[in-house]
Design a protein around this ligand. Structure first.
Ligand SMILES: N[C@@H](CCC(=O)N[C@@H](CS)C(=O)NCC(=O)O)C(=O)O
Length: 198
């Protein structure tokens, strides 16, 4: 979400909450988001939750520089790629987290971690073709799908899931964008040690 705010140059303030310290369980926060998840965006009277819809909301505030394709064929490709990540990759990455690093909170049966890792490996490998021979994952133009997949791929790498070199080159290309948040890499390393990714 921070990356998207920077893409359009919006002004924002960040309040960081640590779920491990109960900071997402306070009355003040659950009034904003009863599911107790970050991120939450407060924009005027609007309280917005869920990362991808927030990114799309921010996109739609900016009439120029849309990061969502506009042509029907390209919209389909963009939506398919996002939908695939949301349904076939991200839930299994969460399972990997819950059955491993967060197992003091969750109680998944033995073997869940291994099964979830295999599922992520299999499902994410099907996406490598989308980065082959094109500048960006949903076509030639940069889109919100690139931001989302940067997050998914680097998250999978934290679990030692290999990727082909063309995908590493794709990630490096994204990191060169002027709006790429410089803080993102150290935050991921910190996440790996102590907090849920996101
Ligand atoms: N579907 C949500 C997931 C967000 C999410 O899982 N956030 C994690 C941190 S990255 C969280 O707030 N966890 C706190 C908790 O589960 O108590 C989204 O896409 O925004």
């Amino acid at each position: 979400m921070l990356w998207t705010l920077k893409e359009w140059g919006y002004d924002y303030d960040v309040i960081r909450l640590d779920p491990f310290k109960g900071e997402t369980q306070t009355r003040e926060f659950t009034d904003l988001n009863p599911s107790r998840k970050v991120p939450v965006l407060v924009h005027g009277d609007e309280v917005l939750t869920e990362s991808l819809p927030i990114m799309e909301y921010l996109n739609n505030l900016s009439v120029k520089n849309s990061l969502i394709p506009r042509e029907p064929k390209n919209i389909f490709k963009y939506r398919k790629i996002i939908h695939y990540g949301l349904t076939e990759i991200e839930p299994y990455l969460w399972l990997v987290e819950q059955a491993n690093r967060l197992k003091m909170i969750y109680n998944w049966p033995d073997g869940t971690y291994e099964e979830a890792i295999e599922t992520v490996k299999h499902n994410i490998a099907a996406t490598w073709q989308w980065m082959n021979g094109t500048n960006h994952i949903a076509g030639e133009s940069f889109s919100l799908a690139d931001i989302y997949y940067y997050h998914l791929i680097t998250w999978s790498t934290q679990h030692k899931i290999d990727r082909p070199s063309l995908v590493t080159e794709y990630l490096h290309k994204l990191e060169k964008r002027s709006a790429f948040p410089a803080a993102m890499l150290p935050i991921q390393q910190e996440n790996q040690e102590q907090r849920p990714p996101g």
